[in-house]
Every structure is written in C-alpha cells, then in structure tokens.
Write a protein that binds this ligand. Structure first.
Ligand code: 4AD
Length: 453
C-alpha cells in the first residue's frame, strides 16, 4: 500500500498563530497552535488528540488522510507539533476542554518523542514509586495535577504580593548567604564562604526587622533552607518563605493582619479565572475560611489534648511546657477542622526573639496558624524591643551575640514595637490544593537524600 502523506492546502487562508488561552476568542477562524501531544486516541479512521501548550488544553480532531497518514499513525505522546485548523464549539451533550475542538486541516511535527521502551508512558506511570516519579520530575511536571498546582502557586504568590502592595508593605530581597541563625542551630546548612563560616538562610526575619525603620512595613518572598533530618509530609530542605515585618502594632492587630493576608490571598486565588477553577478541580470541597479564625491559647490547647487523650511525643499526657509536635498538632487541627490561631507559647519552646506577654511572663506574644490536613502554615510573634531583654534571650538559647551586632543595633537606634511572621508557601498550597505532602507543591522538592533533578 502507498503510504498516505498529507500537505497543506494552499487555498486555505493564512492561519493566525495563537496560544491556547486565546482559543475562545479565536473560534471560527483558521489558527495555528504550537504544543505537545498530551493525549491521543485513534478510532475508526479518526484521531482525537488533546494538545497542551502550557496555557491550556485543546481537543483536536483529525480525519481523512490527516488521520490515516503514516506520520499520524506513528505520532507519540509528548511530541511537539504545530497544528492548523478551525476551532468550533463542540456539539451539545459533548464535553471537551474549553467546550470546543479544533477541526484540523494540517499539522507539522517539530520534535518527535520516543516510542517503545522510552515512551513517556513508561517513564511516568501514575502509580510508580514516588522516588522514581521524583527522578522524572521534569516530565511529571507536565501532568495535569502537578501543572495545576504550579499554576495555583503562581496565582497565590501574585495574590500575596497584591495584598502587600495594597497595604503599603514594601517588598525587599534579603540575602540567602548569612552568618546568623534564626530558628535553631540544628537545622542550619553551613558552607565555606571564602574561608569564613556561613549558612544558607533559615528565615529572613532579622533582615526584615532592619528594614522597617528605613522602609516601613516590609515583606519578602525568598527561599529558606532547613537541614531537616526527618522525612515528614510537611518538611522540605528548601522552601519558599513568605515573610513580613510590621511596625507599631499590638498583638491583636498583628493577629488580625495574619487573618487578613491569608483570607484576602485565598479569595484572590479563587477569583482568578485560571487558578480558581483549578482549586475546584484539585480540592472540590474547599471553602474559603471565614474571619475571625478560632483563637486558642497554648495552655488551652494542652487542656484540649489531655481531654481528647492525645499523648505527647513520649506517649504521656501533655503538660504545660511540652512542645506540641507534628502528630498531635495535626490530630487536633483535623478534629477541630477549621483554621486555628494558636497563641501564647511558653518562652522555652520558642525562639530567642519573642516578646513576653504583659499578663503572664511564662508565655510569649507568639502565634502558629494551623490548618486542617497540614497543621502549622504560619509561625510568627511580636519581637522583643528592649536591648537587655533581647540579650537575655540570646543567652538563654546559648547564642553568641557578636554576629548579631546589627540586629541588636535596632534596639539602640530608635527601638519600636513590631511583629512579623513567616508562611510556608508549600504548606498553604498543600491545604488549598488538598495535597498529601508539601513535596507536591514544590517545583523540584529538596529533602534529605534528594537534590535532583
Ligand atoms: O515557624 P518558623 O520556623 O518561623 C520562622 O522562621 C520565623 N523566623 C518567621 C518569621 O517570623 N519571619 O517557619 C515559618 C513557617 C512555618 O510555619 C512553615 O509554614 C514554614 O515556615 N516552614 C517550612 N516549610 C517547609 N519545610 C520546612 N522545613 C519548613 N520549616 C518551616
């Protein structure tokens, strides 16, 4: 049999080159679209193909010579093609992405993907071992779930920036290479900095604090690094940290700000024409949280945990002073099943910089925001603004103050009441997109044993 080939019909009008997000407004005219073959099904001399270009999906219909040609019969998933044709609404009762399909009249192959053993379907099998899938992250990213999470992520970051912008909080970009710790020496990544000891930043908090007298309220969206040794659902070695530092406010105003930034950002994502429907797809039961969040003091959480027979890390009943570790925290959050502002943690289990409560010096003006299914997504506090008290905090934690001279200077040159917080982007996404682990919310997750691709 003669191999069927096809050519472009020269009598057709020149196509308009579009991206898939422009498909709806370009129905009815001849278009050209570049993309990847996402799905492919041949049936009774017709080919149904779903094309993906990153900005959307489009069902394409090939018939006649176009469908029967050798090139089409041997076309593979993930091949790049340029396809030509006219987009029409699908018939009533039929479904397709965007409610339309392209009736193709021609296509060209730009890059043919492998068939057989190297075919994409052998590289990324849905139920494969997670570590094998992570080895192929560059390919799994192309899947509908991961790419949807990444789009929601982009929208979320944009929404945070929008909130800060509207509230006169200025963006800064603190350094990632530092010589100070913020959240404990045990999770520091150290490295040799031209012969000096340096670390990858755990948090930009101290730098943000220095910016407030210069720029007013500030925020940053910056990678933070933690050498977390244990593998959990919510710990990464590198994560995108959204941090803000605000001047001249009290603890209550601080807590309200945290509610506002979370609720406004989530509302913006849901209202986003691209990300909103993706959240629905990933997390059909999601309802935006209502303000005010439940507020619960640490001491009351300890009572709650005791009443519900949830034990501490050693398997014993909780006592005031115990750290509420991941397992217990998650149990409590899941049972309460709504956002919680957990406040007033004891001095000893928190960081050196946290301000004491006026009415109870055992506890601090500190807060963790807990979300169902994830637990802590935000950690923050009011800061000690008295120099001597801050030095005592360093001493309590056994931290030498010399490398912090610039941070201490803040309490000398016009000290001021202030507070700030850090929010884990991957954690809020795990909650918003209903993902089992933060690893699904990071582009190329890093954790112990994984630094590739
Ligand atoms: O509670 P953390 O350690 O607080 C700080 O770093 C403060 N200095 C922030 C500040 O006040 N500016 O971390 C803040 C948040 C956590 O609530 C969590 O969402 C996230 O950062 N986080 C992590 N996310 C992923 N992997 C890890 N290993 C994380 N460690 C903290």
């Amino acid at each position: 049999a003669k191999a069927i080939v096809f050519t472009e019909d020269p009598s057709l009008p020149a196509p308009k080159v579009i991206k898939l997000h422009q498909a709806t407004e370009n129905r009815g005219v001849r278009v050209k679209i570049n993309g990847w073959v996402h799905r492919f099904r041949a049936q009774k001399g017709m080919v149904f193909m779903v094309l993906r270009d990153g900005s959307g999906f489009l069902q394409c219909l090939l018939t006649g010579d176009l469908a029967n040609a050798y090139t089409t019969q041997t076309l593979t998933l993930e091949s790049t093609i340029s396809i030509y044709g006219v987009i029409n609404p699908v018939l009533e009762g039929q479904t397709a992405p965007g409610g339309h399909e392209l009736i193709a009249d021609f296509y060209q192959v730009y890059g043919l993907a492998p068939a057989g053993e190297d075919a994409i379907t052998n590289k990324v099998q849905e139920n494969a071992d997670p570590s094998l899938l992570l080895d192929q992250r560059h390919l799994t990213l192309r899947g509908e779930t991961l790419s949807a999470v990444m789009k929601v992520r982009a929208s979320l970051l944009r929404s945070f920036r929008k909130f800060y912008d509207e509230n006169h909080v200025t963006e800064v970009t603190p350094p990632c290479m530092v010589q100070t710790q913020v959240e404990g020496g045990s999770t520091l990544f150290g490295f040799d900095y031209y012969g000096e000891k340096a670390y990858l930043t755990q948090s930009s908090q101290l730098y943000l604090e220095t910016c407030v007298p210069a720029l007013g309220d500030v925020y940053c969206i910056q990678e933070s690094f933690r050498a977390e040794r244990s593998h959990t659902r919510r710990h990464l070695s590198e994560y995108t940290h959204i941090e803000a530092e605000l001047g001249f406010l009290d603890f209550d105003q601080f807590l309200s700000h945290i509610e506002d930034v979370i609720c406004s950002s989530v509302d913006s994502v849901l209202a986003d024409p691209i990300a909103g429907p993706l959240v629905k797809q990933l997390n059909p039961n999601f309802v935006a949280p209502a303000r005010p969040f439940m507020r619960m003091a640490y001491a009351d959480a300890i009572e709650w945990l005791k009443e519900h027979n949830i034990p501490n890390e050693e398997g014993k009943p909780f006592q005031f002073g115990d750290d509420i570790a991941e397992a217990a925290e998650r149990k409590m959050t899941d049972m309460i099943n709504k956002p919680i502002l957990l406040t007033r943690f004891p001095l000893e289990i928190k960081s050196f910089y946290m301000k004491k409560c006026h009415d109870d010096p055992r506890v601090t003006e500190s807060v963790d925001v807990l979300m169902p299914n994830v637990g802590e997504i935000v950690g923050g506090s009011m800061r000690i603004d008295n120099l001597d008290e801050l030095i005592a905090g360093f001493e309590r934690e056994g931290i030498k103050t010399d490398p912090y001279y610039w941070f201490l200077d803040l309490r000398k040159y016009g000290t001021f009441p202030h507070g700030g917080y850090g929010l884990g982007t991957e954690r809020i996404l795990a909650w918003l997109c209903d993902r089992f682990t933060v690893r699904e919310c990071s582009l190329y997750p890093r954790f112990s044993g994984r630094c590739k691709p």
